[in-house]
Design a protein around this ligand. Structure first.
Ligand code: 5GP
Length: 197
């Protein structure tokens, strides 16, 4: 069995990564599994433990760092987030393609860690910064200072889009999801051809 491909989806807060991710994951033929991260951020309404994140306290997260359980980890607007090696590698070994939805610092750690042939990176851009600001303000359940921090961080993140294999614009969820599905299909086909040569 071929080992799966690791796919990173990044993009600034508010760009619509979650919706795009769900839309891509609905394409069963892609054989994509989502890697659930660990975080110290409080659970939001509607989120589910073990589906959206493993929600933990600071001490548990610190211990996981010390025990080297993370492929990458970072702090983002005062909370910690990390990708668990156990999630990623067991899924890859099962031949699944694995999707990480992570921010740019973590993505760069993974780029330094994983062989380029085993990794595909996609950055989701908003149609414009104004549009992004609107989306962050409208969907947010968080207090103004947190929103301001997310906006500042979003600007910085957009400047880091260049290191990714693909940059795609989320002008429309259905369209951009289809664009990403095509990118993935092509990459998976090429990989299958290469490994059977
Ligand atoms: P949120 O709090 O909105 O769920 O996530 C904040 C940011 O952290 C988003 O950009 C999200 O993609 C990113 N993120 C979620 N999980 C991880 C992770 O395990 N590692 C890293 N580096 N970023 C993550």
């Amino acid at each position: 069995m071929n080992k799966g491909l690791l796919v990173i989806l990044s993009g600034p807060s508010g760009v619509g990564k979650g919706t795009v991710r769900e839309s891509i994951m609905a394409h069963r033929e892609l054989n994509l599994a989502y890697s659930v991260s660990m975080t110290t951020r409080p659970m939001r309404p509607g989120e589910v433990e073990g589906r959206d994140y493993y929600f933990v306290d600071d001490a548990t997260f610190k211990k996981a760092v010390k025990d080297k359980l993370f492929l990458e980890h970072t702090s983002f607007v005062k909370h910690n987030y990390g990708t668990l090696k156990s999630e990623v590698f067991s899924l890859l070994e099962q031949g699944k393609n694995v999707l990480l939805e992570i921010e740019v610092n973590g993505a760069h750690q993974v780029m330094n860690e994983i062989n380029r042939d085993d990794l595909l990176t996609i950055f989701l851009l908003p149609p414009s910064y104004d549009e992004l600001e609107n989306r962050i303000r409208h969907r947010s359940t968080e207090p103004e200072p947190v929103i301001e921090k997310r906006l500042a961080k979003a600007k910085l993140e957009m400047e880091m889009a260049r290191g990714y294999n693909y940059q795609v614009v989320n002008d429309d969820v259905t369209r951009v999801s289809q664009e990403i599905v095509s990118i993935l299909q092509k990459a998976f086909q090429e990989r299958a051809t290469l490994t059977t040569l």
